[in-house]
Write a protein that binds this ligand. Structure first.
Ligand code: SF4
Length: 203
């Protein structure tokens, strides 16, 4: 295993955050599906990683209700967010994972970041190795220079990062980075686990 990955695993564990390592997304997907027992309610946060893994499609929704705002009309989203937040298992990714064992997340609405530390019984954050950064500063830089421009492009937003690919700390109504949350150690009431996958996933 790469030394950088080993350091993240060691430091997440020191911060009492459970962590599992997988070589492929298929292995991680299988493990997540094993965590899902009958009648558990599943919430999903906005995540290209979860989408690329096709987890939504893999869960049998006759047995397990799945709440994912990406799958409903915009006007239905406000009623889906709390159902996802108070689910039995919440699936999402983190924007950056530091070698010091912290999770950095930036959100526009805040549903995803708040569900990481309060609400669900269990949270699994699935991260490709592309999410690993040295520290907080490089994590924020990664989010502003890589994640936000790609997300803005995907969503067709007219933010400066969406138009030019560069952040100018805008005050746009479409700004995606309104809320920043760093998880330094295990949240008191959530069983938080990070799955690190040795692949490039999401952004
Ligand atoms: S502050 Fe504005 S320009 Fe910068 S990343 Fe966020 S949305 Fe994009």
């Amino acid at each position: 295993m790469d030394k950088k990955i080993a350091r993240v695993i060691e430091n997440l564990s020191k911060n009492r955050i459970k962590v599992k390592y997988f070589t492929t997304k298929e292995e991680a997907k299988e493990e997540i599906l094993k965590e899902i027992h009958p009648e558990m309610k599943i919430g999903i946060g906005g995540s290209m990683t979860i989408k690329e893994m096709e987890l939504y499609e893999a869960i049998d929704q006759k047995i397990n209700p799945v709440y994912w705002h990406w799958m409903v009309k915009p006007e239905e989203r406000p009623s889906i967010f709390p159902k996802a937040q108070y689910s039995d298992l919440y699936l999402a990714s983190s924007n950056a994972l530091t070698e010091e064992g912290e999770l950095i997340n930036i959100d526009g609405v805040g549903n995803r970041v708040s569900s990481m530390f309060f609400g669900p019984k269990k949270v699994i954050l699935v991260c490709g190795v592309n999410k690993i950064v040295k520290n907080y500063e490089t994590g924020v830089k990664r989010i502003k220079e890589i994640a936000c421009p790609l997300n803005a492009k995907r969503l067709g937003l007219k933010t400066p990062c969406g138009i030019t690919g560069k952040c100018n700390d805008c005050s746009s109504e479409q700004r995606m980075c309104n809320i920043a949350v760093t998880i330094h150690a295990k949240p008191a009431l959530v069983d938080l686990e990070v799955y690190i996958i040795n692949e490039i996933l999401g952004y």
